[in-house]
Design a protein around this ligand. Structure first.
Ligand SMILES: Cc1cc2nc3c(=O)[nH]c(=O)nc-3n(C[C@H](O)[C@H](O)[C@H](O)COP(=O)(O)OP(=O)(O)OC[C@H]3O[C@@H](n4cnc5c(N)ncnc54)[C@H](O)[C@@H]3O)c2cc1C
Length: 348
């Protein structure tokens, strides 16, 4: 059986960022990715998706995203960039290979996949969050007979059945899909708390500059107040257009389901054909189950290093694996640091 220094599980932007730094150290590594093609979770996003990070903040280490047609890159432009990025550096990637379990024995990891087994000294989990779409548990949800789908399964307006649509979730996905679908359907938007729209002149760039500042402070052991959150809604042209059309109305997402719709907090019933959940993601780490380290979909880490389990790192899972590590801009910093730790571990 072929033995590696490092196996990276997941070939999205986080996996490629780790590969970029490993490449420079000449370690023998392999990326295993269960996608059919390059692009990670971006392949699952809806067709019209525009990134909320401007072009300059949408590049991985070493090679800049070619200038997008508009300020904010489209999903297609970003996937094409990831495809070219992995070819440019000639990363060893096997696709589609799904990692099913990870076993640690005699100081080595045995990676069990649907295409056979691999041996490695170190493992990096870079599987993102898109395989764990989150749907909150609402009373009566099982009785609802209409269509339900999560934003990760939505591609285009014709995916939505019927005319009356309830969109749940007040982040960037919710706002962008309200903007798109109000042009095709009768939409009601329900949010846990009032959506936080960034001022028009505070674009994604500010969020990332703030993330950068916060990261520098974090390295110095300081913590500052955030002016804006990375989950606040960036006023892309499509969202501004929705505001002009007067369709960004929302109401609290307090309701129970009936077979054909919902009953709102004030007791009124409203019929819906479809519910679109824009309610985010949670980390899915089934492929580490034999290690018995996953608790409530999380693992104890110090930065990206899994505590109590040598040779294992998790990259790009969210703030708990590095500030803004689940963004294009943020993942490079955590990847670089992770590879420094891996090199020290392999060479010890
Ligand atoms: C709607 C939306 C918009 C976003 N917009 C932005 C933005 O504008 N700017 C920004 O910086 N960030 C944005 N993000 C956040 C983030 O950049 C993306 O979620 C990004 O795809 C995360 O990359 P990743 O490599 O960590 O994970 P992924 O892209 O999910 O890649 C993980 C890969 O691992 C594979 N995998 C999973 N499990 C296994 C397994 N068991 N075995 C083998 N392979 C496996 C997956 O199939 C996938 O190919 C957005 C996120 C969403 C959901």
């Amino acid at each position: 059986m072929n033995k590696f220094d490092v196996i990276i599980i997941g070939g999205g932007q986080a996996g490629l960022s780790v590969a970029y730094f490993l490449n420079r150290h000449g370690l023998k590594f392999l990326i295993l990715d269960d996608n059919q093609k390059a692009g990670g979770a971006w392949n699952k996003a809806w067709d019209s998706l525009q990134l909320f990070s401007p072009g300059v903040y949408s590049s991985l280490s070493g090679w800049m995203l070619p200038p997008p047609e508009k300020e904010y890159p489209t999903k297609k432009e970003f996937i094409s960039y990831l495809e070219k990025y992995e070819k440019r550096y000639n990363f060893p990637i096997e696709r589609p290979v799904k990692v099913e379990d990870t076993v640690y024995e005699n100081g080595l990891y045995r990676i069990k996949t649907n295409k056979g087994e691999y041996l490695t000294k170190a493992v990096v989990g870079a599987t993102g969050t898109a395989s764990g779409p989150k749907i909150p548990q609402y009373e009566g949800i099982d009785s609802f007979l209409g269509q339900q789908l999560h934003s990760v399964d939505y591609q285009k307006p014709s995916d939505i059945q019927g005319d009356k649509l309830l969109i749940v979730g007040g982040g960037n996905s919710g706002a962008q899909l309200v903007a798109e679908l109000t042009q095709h359907k009768k939409v009601q938007w329900a949010t846990l708390s009032p959506p936080n729209f960034l001022p028009d002149d505070v674009d994604g760039r500010h969020l990332f500059e703030q993330a950068n500042k916060k990261y520098r402070e974090y390295l110095k052991g300081e913590i500052s107040e955030e002016a804006y959150s990375i989950s606040d809604i960036v006023m892309l042209d499509s969202v501004k257009d929705a505001r002009e059309r007067g369709v960004l109305n929302h109401r609290p997402s307090t309701f129970t389901f009936t077979s054909d719709g919902v009953i709102w907090e004030d007791g009124t019933h409203e019929q819906f054909d479809t519910v679109l959940w824009c309610t985010g993601f949670s980390t899915k780490l089934d492929y580490l189950s034999s290690l018995n380290i996953v608790e409530n979909e999380k693992v104890k880490t110090k930065n990206t290093k899994v505590l109590g389990q040598e040779g294992l790192w998790l990259v790009g899972m969210g703030n708990w694996t590095g500030y803004a590590s689940a963004t294009i801009y943020g993942v490079g910093k955590t990847a670089r640091r992770t590879v420094e730790e891996i090199v020290a571990y392999i060479l010890q």
